[in-house]
Ligand binder design. Structure first.
Ligand code: ZN
Ligand code: ZN
Length: 164
């Protein structure tokens, strides 16, 4: 798991190396995307929530993805100009869409009797009824939880998919 102080340190180093000094770095509280490049305030942010769950290499990739956005400019999107810059920086992310990914990394997966799937990062400590099936608690719609193994490959994939 990446240490947040180290992430901050790499981010500052990358900004010093590649961007002009008006750019800054901060952590944000996003849960569904790992990184963001804000051109208006000239700030690169990384989700403290996801960074704490990814390995160092993956967080480094997210930073490169965002620094490439800062260099390519807001109109480049994930187009050829951004791709070229990102590649030169050492970004090897295969997927660059900004999707809902956090669920992929949640170790607790629950299913209700109707088959709705739910995700939790922490072991549920009390019985939950499926919110899609019923309002409030009803033991006929109880969710059954199972713990799954989150592999390094899954984390890597989620990191690549979630770099915004
Ligand atoms: Zn349900
Ligand atoms: Zn992006």
């Amino acid at each position: 798991m990446a240490d947040l102080e180290r992430v901050r340190h790499w981010a500052s180093a990358l900004i010093t190396l590649h961007l002009d000094p008006s750019w800054t770095f901060a952590f944000d509280n996003a849960k569904k995307r790992a990184g963001l490049c804000n051109f208006t305030v000239r700030r690169i942010t990384v989700s403290r929530y996801l960074a704490a769950r990814y390995e160092d290499d993956e967080v480094h990739q997210i930073l490169l993805h965002e620094v490439a956005h800062a260099l390519a400019g807001p109109r480049a999107g994930h187009g050829p100009k951004w791709k070229l810059i990102a590649h030169d920086l050492g970004y090897d992310g295969k997927s660059t869409h900004d999707g809902e990914i956090a669920d992929e990394l949640a170790p607790w997966v629950g299913t209700c009797p109707a088959g709705h799937v739910h995700y939790r990062y922490r072991q549920p400590t009390r019985a939950f009824a499926c919110g899609l099936c019923v309002r409030g608690f009803d033991k006929r719609f109880l969710i059954r939880w199972a713990r799954r193994e989150i592999t390094a490959a899954a984390r890597r994939q989620a990191a690549a998919a979630s770099a915004g």
